[in-house]
Design a protein around this ligand. Sequence first.
Ligand code: GLY
Length: 370
Amino acid sequence: MIEVVPVPLPGRAYEVRIGAGLIEDAGAQIAPLLRRPRVAVVSDETVAAHWLPVLQQALKAQGIESTALTLPAGEATKGWPQFTRTVEWLLEQKIERRDVVIALGGGVIGDLVGFAAAVLRRGVRFVQVPTSLLAQVDSSVGGKTGINAPQGKNLIGAFHQPSLVLADIGVLDTLTPRDFRAGMGEVVKYGMLGDSEFFQWLEAHGSSVVAGDRAARSHAVRRSVEMKAEIVLRDETEQGDRALLNLGHTFCHALEAATGYSDRLLHGEGVAIGCALAFALSARLGLCPQEDPSRVRALIRDLGMRCDLSDIPGDLPGAEALLDLMGQDKKVVDGQLRFILARGIGDSFVTSDVPRDTVLELLREELDRR
Ligand code: GLY
């Protein structure tokens, strides 16, 4: 069964289609968008090895010719050199303004290809075929595209909405357990930030999602995408509410920087740890019920995810240094750190009004527990 979540942005409306087998059916799904039967596909080596032939066969079955570029897998791809290569390759392939580019991969490929599509001939359409859980529930939806700069992650980019998102949940079966659980960091984030019923659903059914139950996975992806779509509709360019999607991210970005963006800590793992810290900070400031941080941690732990600073292997810098790393986050406004805190599970808000000493005290205690 295919579930459809509409993203009805005026003039740029599109659908997120969720279901098993969507890559095998991609030709039929994408054909109505095309003005000529020809597309360019960009993927990475890991994803392409498994899914590129399936996608190209599905396109061919509908008479759609495709040409493909395969980039190296990994975060290092998301910079100027591979971006330039992609844009120039698309020009060599004579991709025209009315054509469609397909991004087949996780967040790195989706962000890079979306940005290439945004600037190629001042903007061509693109289709996201996200192949990680994180990309399905977060990065493929909402039009944030871009690459990393030496000065930081995602500092170069554009808002460019896809024309279609095909979230094939069958692909999730091929992820490593660690990658799947990292993606769950973004899924639980949605319940914590804005939907206490979804949080309760995850408490009851999250283990089925992790275990591979298709119906449970479909529900988890759909509800996450619905929530993301609702927020993007309210605030496409992050003037306000869209920042709520960054629950846990102020801590996460500091931890990612402290671990060198290496596989010591995957982004979704940092989000889960960051959410636990955001609730601990909210309780410490008297903003949310004192039992909420334990409930948040229990869910994260029950789903087998990393939850504490002690779950990060190797050394971490001290509390002051971590706070300094938070100060380099994109979300700093006028030098003020912005946090997403919570009045309760499912009720988050954005604030710059957090005493530095309280954050330091929390970080010190968490680091001492390592
Ligand atoms: N990943 C956060 C956002 O799309 O706004």
